[in-house]
Design a protein around this ligand. Structure first.
Ligand SMILES: Nc1ncnc2c1ncn2[C@@H]1O[C@H](COP(=O)(O)OP(=O)(O)OP(=O)(O)O)[C@@H](O)[C@H]1O
Ligand SMILES: [Mg+2]
Length: 264
């Protein structure tokens, strides 16, 4: 595939490298990949150079969402069958991707080799981009937690479902205690009514205050994305929501998230 559009290393010297943002959740199926891909497109639309790394190494599906059929993946980079340059592919939406494979049981466990390879990849791509987004898998396995640890910023995606919120809370607690995170951002996805995100974030903040300590930790609501039937339609068509239905409610919310991230 043509990789000639990979952005050149920044010559401005204004920043040493990309901002790295891990998107994680605890519970699966809450919309991490949807949010990551569309957030990437929204940031790219603002002139940002964005790379999305599919950090769901064993059960990757960013390629499915983007309707890409990659001949090269991170697995080929790890096994030195291809170079990192060749594995960075242009995606619809004006950003780039590093895709992973699916059904790869060898990536369900964090080995020292995998750690080193992932770290090397992140450090190598940072000078080329303004943003590196890491779309993690569900859960708090050592692979997921390591992927999150590589990022300077964390975005936790949760839905209003009690099970999703319980898992989001557990994840945030682990990040605050084990990784000594001082700040985590929250997106309430599939919100049922306006203001639900703020309400839920407030409740989570209260519980966290009791168990983690308000002085040392801050949970910040980046925003909410409404439950929108257009999202499923776009996913079924394997298209980005921002390209397929740019005016719909959820697309507008994603653009707001991107604007807030840029302003932060
Ligand atoms: N705002 C929304 N409105 C309606 N449906 C949504 C919304 N966000 C996500 N969905 C639905 O949820 C599905 C799962 O989303 P997605 O694959 O992004 O979740 P995930 O957290 O990445 O899952 P996994 O944990 O398996 O990686 C989507 O295919 C879509 O149908
Ligand atoms: Mg996913």
């Amino acid at each position: 595939m043509n990789t000639t559009t990979i952005p050149a290393a920044s010559k401005t010297g204004s920043r040493s490298g990309a901002r790295t943002l891990a998107v994680t959740s605890g519970k699966g199926g809450v919309g991490k990949t949807f949010v990551t891909a569309n957030l990437a497109a929204a940031l790219a639309a603002q002139g940002q150079r964005v790379l999305v790394l599919d950090a769901d190494l064993g059960l990757a599906n960013l390629d499915v969402v983007l309707n890409l059929h990659p001949k090269v993946t991170l697995h080929d980079v790890f096994t030195e069958k291809t170079t990192l340059e060749q594995a960075i592919l242009p995606a619809p939406g004006g950003f780039h991707v590093l895709l992973a494979g699916s059904g790869m049981v060898e990536y369900s466990r964090l080995t020292p080799e995998l750690r080193d390879k992932l770290l090397h990849i992140i450090e190598s791509v940072k000078p080329r981009f303004d943003w590196v987004l890491l779309d993690t898998g569900a859960g708090i396995s050592d692979v997921v937690l390591f992927a999150v640890s590589m990022a300077t910023d964390v975005l936790v995606v949760a839905t209003p479902e009690p099970t999703s919120l319980t898992d989001a809370y557990a994840t945030i607690k682990v990040l605050a205690t084990q990784q000594e995170r001082r700040q985590v951002r929250l997106v309430i996805n599939q919100a049922n009514r306006p203001g639900e995100g703020k309400l839920i974030c407030g409740q989570l903040q209260q519980v966290l205050q009791r168990f983690v300590g308000a002085q040392t930790f801050r949970l910040e609501l980046l925003g909410e994305v409404r439950n929108d039937p257009m999202v499923r339609q776009a996913v079924l068509k394997r298209q980005l929501l921002l390209e397929q239905f740019p005016g719909c409610d959820a697309a507008q919310s994603i653009k707001t998230l991107a604007a807030r991230l840029l302003a932060s």
